[in-house]
Structures are given as C-alpha cells and as structure tokens.
Design a protein. Structure first.
Length: 295
C-alpha cells in the first residue's frame, strides 16, 4: 500500500539517493543495548523509547517510505545535500536534539571520502549531552563537531527555554521570546524555564566560508530565522532543509525563498488532522531548497 509518505515532489530521485547511501557501507553487526540504523549508526534507545526500545539489539531497515524519525522526503533531501557538497562537508543543525542529522550525515560524508565539520545548536542541556554521546560513539573526533547550547534565532539576544526532567521526554519544546522582564524572572525562578542566549545564524557560520547544509527544525520559528538570516543564507549556504510546522509557514517560506532566488528541490506538505475546530498538524512538512549561486 502506498502510504501518504510517498506523496512528495522532488527534482531528484529520492529512492535512488537513499538506497545508494544505505548500500554504500561496510558490513556491520547488531549491537547490544543499541539500535543500529540502516547506515550503521548506533542509536541509544533512550532517544525515543516508545519506538526504539522494541528495536534494541536489532538493525533497522531503510526508510521506505519512513521510519520512527523521518520520511523519505527528509532523508532524501538531507542525503542530496551531502551529494552536492565538495571534498569537505560542513553543516549546521538548528534544533539538533540528540544530533540525528549531524551524526547520520557526517557518517555518510566520511564514507564517501569527505572531511567533516558538523555544527549543532540546541536549547536542552540533556539533549546536548545525548548529541555528544552520539557523535563520540559513532567515531567522530571532537575536532569534527561543534555543539552550542542556545536558541537558534534571527538575531542575538536572550530567550527562555522550557526545562524537562528526562532528556528525550519531549522533542517539541518551544522557546519563549515574548516574556516581559518580570514574567521571565518568575518563570526562571520557578525552574520551568532557563534563560539562554539567542544565537544568530550569521554568528554560527562566521568561521565557515561555505555551509553545505543548514537543517532547520525549531518548532515554528522557521520563518523568523530564514527572513532575518537571508543575507548569510544566500552568501554561504548551498542547501537549506526545513521542517515546517504549519501550512501558513510553508506559504511564507515559498514567498521568501523564491523571491531570493532559491530553487525548490524537495517538498512534502505538512499533514493535517482536520477533526478539530482549527486544523492541527499531525506530521511536520519538509522543504528542501537549493542555492543555484553556489553550484
């Protein structure tokens, strides 16, 4: 049966791209206490226990058309960015969580003979520790990655980020940018939020002459970052992969990116649950944009 995850549009063959990278690897074995994905990446089940604990000690099949983490549209577009990169693959993952895209894309880039530098920005300190563990466990030297605790934003400043007792308990935590001074002090004093630096993309990318991929999954803040950072995106970034969190956001991104000369390379709209007075997103959308000026 062709599920809804097959319904994407792309300028390239996503099935061939994912299949090629899944097969282009040395043999690997299952590992006790870990899930091995289709690329040979070892994943700690505590990243997402409901899906991963039953798979512990097993090897996961390729996502045709999806797995517990992402679908063919997102995997394909991410791998496409690696394919389009030169001898050095550099990426930034905004909202990096446990370092999923940093780890997986770094692994396939190394496997194709490229040097690697992967950069992640994340607000949850527990998730930062997960990302460090994932990168180290999958063979990355500290010189190959940079992790920054903060909130990806269109400008510098300070914002509030919610706390949680158990890392991995929620992957959809949303920062607060609008709290007044008194409210912010009360929220931090309650222990429910921490104050973190807002980190502009231009600051993150300052040391890099070229970024092969920026992956953006920041719970509804996509438009603000893209709009505020368009100059650095156009100048330095070859490919942008965005997880979208509403149809309204998707339309605004179309306007912004097309007006700035980007080419839509992959698109799957967000899935809606319409059994509510206001339709709700059930699955985030995917947009992959290619910068023709850098090719």
């Amino acid at each position: 049966m062709r599920t809804r995850f097959w319904h994407y549009h792309s300028r390239f063959d996503a099935v061939e791209t994912v299949t090629r990278h899944a097969m282009n690897q040395p043999p690997f074995k299952a590992r006790e206490g870990r899930v091995m994905n289709f690329l040979g990446v070892a994943i700690d089940p505590r990243v997402f226990p409901p899906a991963l604990e039953p798979m512990t000690g097993k090897i996961e099949a390729a996502p045709m058309p999806n797995n517990w983490h992402a679908d063919l549209a997102e995997w394909g577009a991410a791998f496409r960015a690696v394919d389009l990169s030169g001898p050095r693959f550099t990426m930034i993952e905004l909202g990096c969580g446990w370092g999923c895209w940093m780890t997986n894309l770094g692994v396939i880039a190394r496997r194709t003979g490229k040097s690697v530098h992967v950069i992640g920005v994340e607000g949850d300190a527990g998730h930062i520790e997960m990302a460090k563990q994932s990168l180290a466990e999958n063979g990355f030297a500290e010189s190959e990655w940079t992790l920054v605790t903060g909130i990806a934003a269109g400008r510098s400043g300070t914002a509030l980020f919610p706390t949680q007792d158990q890392p991995g308990g929620s992957w959809g935590l949303e920062p607060r940018f609008d709290a007044g001074e008194e409210e912010a002090q009360n929220l931090v004093a309650s222990g429910r939020y921490v104050a973190l630096p807002m980190i502009a993309l231009g600051d993150i990318a300052a040391a890099e002459p070229r970024i092969d991929l920026v992956h953006i999954d920041i719970q509804g803040g996509e438009v603000g970052v893209v709009e505020a950072c368009m100059e650095v995106l156009v100048e330095k970034v070859a490919y942008v992969l965005i997880g979208t969190h509403s149809r309204q956001i998707e339309g605004r991104l179309f306007d912004l990116m097309i007006a700035a000369g980007w080419e839509l390379d992959m698109e799957r709209p967000a899935f809606l649950d319409i059994n509510h007075p206001v339709p709700m997103i059930s699955v985030d959308g995917v947009q992959g944009w290619r910068n023709p000026r850098l090719f």
